[in-house]
Design a protein around this ligand. Structure first.
Ligand code: ADP
Ligand code: MG
Length: 288
């Protein structure tokens, strides 16, 4: 891309979650952040750029993802009527198929074209939303670059057990490579430590990450490994909605604390009293 472009300055703030590693929690956080922001009263759009469509499937079952507009269309230069899918949770969605071959093939486009088209199509949506949250595939390429270049905020989840430092370092290296595409700095807003357990190896991994991080912000909230997160994603609800077991309540509390930290970093103060259940009368199930 020869011409340098200013990044998104629209009303909607674009938040991207990325790490070239798979299985570190990108989709998990990309699901919870929009859910949380909607509860705070914001207009929120989630965009699924992963051709596996995991985020899309958390918001809407496959049968309901039939509308014409998918995330792959954001890389095209043909005007297509933009129709977001509404989801039961209140977040709008630009979805991917469960095995989205066309979205995977975006990697074959020239980089500049992919980035320009994506930014232009995204630009048309900025007036409609307060926050746009983008999930990315676990690979450096056109989609990750387009998301990074358009972002106002970026969160990088790392799994402490598995080479967290090298994960963050490779994100920083790829961001440095992308920097020539835009004139203002592409920065990591915060690193999210996921799947932390109270074991020596994880404490050491965290210390190593902190030492390597320099002025990189590592979020205070550390996310523990908790099966309640998987349960909630399977149920299609944020983890704080499931309150039947101690593990679910504990995980919900932790996720809310993380969301509050993220919200303060992206300037999202509550616009209305949260609709979420904060206390449950004894013996009453909150399951639908
Ligand atoms: N803290 C956690 N505790 C338990 N399971 C988790 C946790 N974080 C993520 N998972 C699960 O791990 C799997 C991979 O997470 P995911 O968010 O899909 O990673 P990514 O998008 O980076 O590939 C999912 O099944 C998810 O439910
Ligand atoms: Mg994912």
């Amino acid at each position: 891309m020869s011409q340098q472009k200013r990044r998104n300055k629209g009303p909607a703030k674009v938040t991207v979650v990325e790490n070239q590693k798979g299985g570190v929690g990108k989709t998990t956080f990309c699901y919870h952040i929009p859910c949380y922001l909607v509860e705070q009263g914001y207009r929120v759009l989630a965009v699924d750029l992963d051709p596996q469509g995991n985020l899309s499937s958390r918001f809407l079952s496959r049968a309901l993802r039939t509308n014409g507009y998918r995330s792959v269309h954001m890389f095209g230069n043909q005007p297509i009527a933009y129709e977001p899918l509404s989801t039961p949770i209140g977040v709008d969605l630009i979805y991917a198929l469960d095995r989205d071959v066309e979205l995977a093939n975006v990697e074959r486009m020239p980089l500049g074209e992919a980035v320009i088209n994506f930014c232009q199509n995204l630009g048309g949506l900025l007036e409609e939303y307060d926050y746009i949250v983008i999930d990315t595939p676990p690979a450096h390429g056109n989609k990750m670059t387009a998301a990074s270049v358009s972002s106002n905020f970026m969160f990088v989840p790392v799994e402490l057990a598995a080479f967290a430092v090298t994960g963050v370092e490779s994100v920083l290296e790829t961001l440095a490579e992308m920097q020539n595409l835009v004139d203002d700095p592409i920065k990591i807003t915060g690193v999210i430590c996921n799947r932390m357990r109270k074991v020596k190896a994880h404490a050491e991994a965290l210390a190593e990450l902190q030492a390597a991080a320099g002025n990189l912000k590592i979020l205070t909230t550390k996310v523990a490994t908790n099966g309640a997160i998987d349960d909630a994603l399977r149920d299609g609800v944020p983890v704080w909605k499931n309150r039947a077991t101690g593990a679910q309540r504990e995980s919900g509390k932790m996720m809310i604390t993380l969301m509050e930290e993220i919200a303060s970093l992206i300037g999202a103060k509550p616009l209305k009293a949260p609709a979420r259940v904060t206390a449950k009368p004894k013996g009453v199930s909150t399951h639908a």
